[in-house]
Design a protein around this ligand. Sequence first.
Ligand code: AMP
Ligand code: FES
Ligand code: ZN
Ligand code: ZN
Length: 309
Amino acid sequence: MKCRKCGAKASVNMRQHKLALCKEHYLEWVPEQTERFIKKYNMFTRDEKILVAVSGGKDSLSLWDILVRLDYRADGLYLGLGIDGGIGYSHESQRLTEKFAAQNHLKLHIVDIEKEYGQPIPLLSDISHRGHGKPCAVCGLTKRHEMNRIARDLGYDVLATGHNLDDEASVLFGNTLVWEGDFLLRQGPVLPAADGLSRKVKPLCRFYEREMAAYAIARGIEYIYEECPFAAGSTSIYYKELLNQLETTRPGAKLTFYLRFLEARKNGLFQERENRELNLHPCSNCGQLTSAPDLCSFCRMMEKVRLAE
Ligand code: AMP
Ligand code: FES
Ligand code: ZN
Ligand code: ZN
């Protein structure tokens, strides 16, 4: 395989795009594509302040790296979840995130959930009896809530996460299997700002997971290889495997599934639902928008935790 741009030996072959590139041209191609997506979906401009949620994994560290290389004003946010799993998961991911920030002279905010709320994620999950023995539901809820809170409190215009195409296609697949209307209406590269919530963007949503791994490795970014120890056996991983099987026989199927969904929605697939008022109002405690009657799910969970103490 030869690089399409220079004819040298290709180091990344992307069957899904019928494109092979050498390392040097790959490292140019990724930011070029990212810039194209940022513009296409009106994610943000160079005047805006961006908060990148960084987990220490390949996607979010690469995202931060790309945005900085593209001259965007991007600071980082790391959430200390207090997950050990026998591999010091949170500890190691924090170390790698701090190392990346220091090496590149970037500003990193660190919020430790245990310091902030008295308990690490696994104990918040046990105490609140949410998620049936697995902390992932509480973890997801808490991460969303904290990212929104910090972005708003620190005055960032936009919050960026490292979700890649595999993440997005797997969520879309799960929501489509049961036709989750509200989720299908909201899933996408950009979630506009609303009362108390910053705009949320996913600049990597069109990159395959292996494209991001190749980028991180080519850039020499040190990231945590391990998945969260609680992720094993999750439905989202199962859906990713299914979609990868499909992708093996039909290269590009994953991307088409996601892009055609965005297109169909733009063309009015969910119009009727969109017109109906989404019944959201600010949580009476934290002010973030919620469809629950009074407190948002996060504040309800924390109330339960407090009562149990
Ligand atoms: P996940 O939900 O683990 O698939 O992560 C999706 C995205 O959420 C990542 O790409 C990051 O942008 C963000 N994220 C996940 N975990 C953390 C964390 N501990 N601190 C900050 N951001 C995170
Ligand atoms: Fe939150 Fe695994 S339970 S990252
Ligand atoms: Zn080349
Ligand atoms: Zn709340």
